[in-house]
Design a protein around this ligand. Structure first.
Ligand SMILES: *Cc1c(COP(=O)(O)O)cnc(C)c1O
Length: 490
């Protein structure tokens, strides 16, 4: 292993003159240390455990201290962060991190973030950030085209899927309801991500204004149930205004019947928001394009480039079929911004969303697309889809494993069912224990969820640097834990 050694301590010559600067030499030294550490991280990650954790007491011991009155050597500070912070965490970009929705990231994206941060870019107004704004417009338009949305469509990069859902729902409320929210009702399936509930709550909707529609045997929203609920609400004098569809649920990757939902929303004059935070990226592949048919008909759409478009956190994206609705919802021009409110073609992205000061998120996706090309992305995403199928095949080799939902857009769910075990509650508990065992072991990371009332395990295989051996060994490891636990407790 390449060990980064301190050649000599960084001398902070000008550190105490109150200008908060380092000399050129000091900046280079710190910068090269950072780069070397990151390169080591990217190169050596597969050989490291996925999870390294410390207890609260240990970390308090190491890190809790008074705010330092006087500065110290940058090298020392950097080494503390390296050992006490970056080595005490789970690596969500590890090739054997299969839990939740992994964030595989990529080095080009990370360097773009360093640049955006170093130049402290402000892509909020054209006046302050013309080039950066243009990059955001271009990159958003690439995503619009990939999703097949019309030319009127556009959007914004935000912090993540949660913020994209909130932004989209704020527009839906503005366009469909104005300020009259009473009796309004939104509909989504019982598999919908919690950020939708949270977004509706923030926007002032009460729990009784959200209908959770049951799902079919493939965990897709039931169209007959949805029709029935909307009709019943109308009959009661309620005001249905919005349907939130899933294009890749977090639980199992299920995709709601998007074309039927789009037809239904059109007939009923309902807003159609599609949460494709995780699954939307699959549209870059042949298989995904078929599965995601109808995505292009969304009134609003959520994508999460920090998941399956391989960007470092934070990066979500909200696309609106009518870009102007964003502006109609969010634009306010106070006196102190008037100097920046100039020509129509000089787009001020602060008019399109919630944030005023905002990071230059577009750069990382733009640079990654430029460096790897769409071809590179297509292959990386296709790989995630086929790795989940491989995992399913491996699981089907052993009678101990029950596949609950087959591999779909990079996600497979399954359950360990030892021979002769019956009470489902005990099997649930055993499966939850498997996750705990894996966390303790650190070889890989998986997570569980509940489907139809039963605990199931999930593998999300969207990291393009995952190998088939990683998958096989992870499942073997789980099988071994399962055997040991069922012998002990069975
Ligand atoms: C991850 C996810 C979200 C939330 O996105 P964040 O980036 O974590 O805020 C919302 N919806 C779905 C379907 C997701 O997978």
């Amino acid at each position: 292993m390449h060990e980064i050694t301190s050649i000599r301590p960084l001398i902070a010559s000008e550190r105490s003159d109150g200008a908060l600067r380092l000399s050129g030499e000091e900046m280079r030294e710190l910068g090269y240390r950072v780069i070397d550490t990151l390169v080591e991280h990217f190169e050596e990650l597969p050989d490291k455990p996925v999870t390294r954790r410390a207890g609260r007491a240990e970390l308090d011991e190491r890190l809790r201290e008074p705010l330092p009155e006087y500065g110290s050597d940058a090298e020392e500070v950097f080494q503390r962060a390296r050992h006490d912070v970056f080595e005490k965490m789970m690596h969500v970009d590890h090739p054997r991190f299969f839990a939740f929705i992994p964030s595989p990231s990529n080095f080009v994206g990370a360097m773009a973030d360093a640049l955006a941060s170093g130049f402290n870019v402000f892509p909020g107004t054209w006046l302050e950030g013309s080039g950066p704004t243009e990059i955001e417009l271009v990159t958003i338009d690439w995503l619009r085209q990939l999703c097949g949305m019309p030319e009127s469509a556009g959007g914004l990069f935000v912090s993540g899927g949660s913020m994209a859902n909130l932004t989209a729902l704020a527009v839906a409320r503005e366009v469909k309801l104005g300020t009259q929210m009473s009796e309004a009702v939104a509909y989504c399936s019982d598999q919908t991500h919690s950020s939708v509930d949270r977004g509706l709550r923030i926007l002032g909707f009460a729990p009784h204004q959200i209908r959770k529609i049951p799902t079919d045997e493939k965990f897709r929203i039931s169209m007959p149930e949805l029709r029935r609920e909307v009709a019943a609400d109308r009959a009661m004098g309620h005001r249905p205004f919005c349907v939130i569809a899933n294009a890749g649920t977090t639980n199992s990757g299920a995709i709601d019947p998007l074309p039927q939902l789009a037809d239904f929303c059109q007939e009923e004059e309902l807003w159609l928001h599609i949460d494709a935070a995780y699954g939307g990226a699959a549209i870059l592949t042949e298989e995904g394009r078929v599965l995601l048919e109808g995505l292009e008909r969304a009134d609003s759409l959520t994508l999460d480039p920090h998941k399956w478009l391989f960007q470092p956190h934070e990066m979500g994206c909200v696309l609106l079929k009518e870009r102007r609705f964003l502006k109609e919802t969010f634009r306010i021009v106070p006196d102190y911004i008037k100097d920046a409110d100039r020509k129509e073609e000089e787009v001020n992205l602060i008019d399109y969303g919630i944030q005023m000061t905002r990071g230059f998120r577009a750069l990382k996706l733009w640079m990654s697309f430029q460096v790897f090309g769409l071809e590179g992305f297509r292959k990386a995403i296709a790989r995630g889809i086929s790795l989940a199928k491989f995992a399913e095949d491996v699981l089907r080799e052993s009678p101990c494993w029950e596949v609950v939902t087959p591999a779909q857009i990079g996600l497979v769910t399954f359950r360990y069912v030892p021979e002769g075990w019956h009470p489902p509650e005990e099997i649930d508990a055993l499966n939850r224990r498997l996750v705990e065992e894996m966390i303790e072991d650190g070889f890989a990371m998986i997570s569980s969820t509940v489907m139809n009332g039963r605990t199931v395990l999930r593998l999300c295989t969207n990291n393009p640097r995952t190998t088939e051996a990683d998958i096989r060994e992870t499942i073997e490891c789980l099988s071994r834990f399962g055997q040991e636990l069922s012998l002990r407790t069975g």
